[in-house]
Write a protein that binds this ligand. Structure first.
Ligand code: FAD
Length: 249
């Protein structure tokens, strides 16, 4: 199978349980993650009475404007990314602060029926796409042949699971960067903002930029107070990009 776009699924969001002895005078629509961040922010000044009569979303807008981003770190969102390439995840995992990752292992998992992600720059250009697909198919055939040969070569290894791992970890060397992978990514709202600012910009590589826009759309629906200041626009290169309203809080 050839992927031409990522599949992004929300796996987990915060659940907020308000302590009865520190109840907040909430105003306006909000989600648990947003209320958790407001609760944390209000605790600092014991302003649960909400003297300025701010809705949760106005309160968090002000937090972003003032750069008090640490309260955003309480709200974590876990996403499953599929239909993304190994080169995308190589770039993604460079984002360290506030993130956790779990990715499909090419040492354990058989890649004989691996899928591939078509690089966005190639999509729609038939000749290029055909040549690229041929390369992928050849690489996959080399992988399958190598695994077979290595299983034979290491026939003396009694533990079959270990033998398979030895074969796969060596054979994966011929799989290209475009090989599809799956990754679970958990990040707090502040960390997601930093990552999305860098990876949805026009300077970012096209595939991770496309994935960042998909993640941004999902998180904007999920928790607008954390992500509504990002503006998605059509860039000069005729692809979507996004710019942040409040830089790096
Ligand atoms: C367009 C683009 C091109 C790139 N090209 C390359 C490239 O050619 N080669 C390459 O190697 N990388 C490249 N990168 C990756 C880049 O160098 C960063 O590794 C990546 O963007 C993650 O950024 P970060 O370290 O700020 O993020 P995070 O790890 O998420 O950190 C967020 C912030 O936390 C703070 N922080 C985190 N860890 C530490 C620490 N250990 N010490 C002090 N402060 C810390 C910093 O303020 C940091 O900005 C590129 C990135 C982009 C967006």
């Amino acid at each position: 199978m050839f992927f031409t776009e990522p599949r992004v699924t929300l796996l987990a969001r915060p659940t907020f349980t308000e302590p009865a002895h520190l109840a907040v005078n909430w105003l306006g629509d909000s989600t648990d993650g947003e209320r958790l961040a407001e609760f944390a922010g209000r605790l600092c000044y014991m302003s649960q009475r909400n003297p300025a009569n701010r809705s949760t979303r106005d309160y968090l807008e002000n937090i972003k404007k003032q750069g008090h981003g640490s309260v955003l770190e309480h709200a974590n969102y876990s996403l499953l990314l599929e239909g993304v390439s190994r080169s995308l995840t190589h770039e993604l995992v460079r984002h360290r602060a506030g993130f956790a990752y779990s990715q499909l292992s090419q040492r354990y998992v058989d890649e004989s029926d691996a899928h591939f992600v078509v690089p966005p720059a190639i999509i729609g250009e038939d000749a290029l796409e055909e040549a690229w697909r041929e390369q992928m198919e050849n690489a996959l055939a080399s992988y399958v042949a190598l695994v077979e040969q290595l299983m034979e070569r290491y026939g003396w290894v009694a533990d079959k699971v270990h033998r398979r791992k030895m074969a796969r970890e060596a054979a994966r060397g011929v799989l290209p960067n475009s090989t599809e992978t799956k990754i679970v990514v958990t990040g707090n709202a502040r960390a997601w903002r930093t990552m999305l600012e860098l990876r949805s910009s026009e300077a970012a590589e096209l595939e991770i930029r496309r994935a960042a826009i998909a993640v941004l759309r999902l998180l904007q629906r999920e928790a607008p107070a954390f992500f509504a200041d990002f503006e998605i626009y059509q860039a000069e290169d005729r692809r979507e990009a996004a710019r942040i309203g409040y830089h790096k809080v």
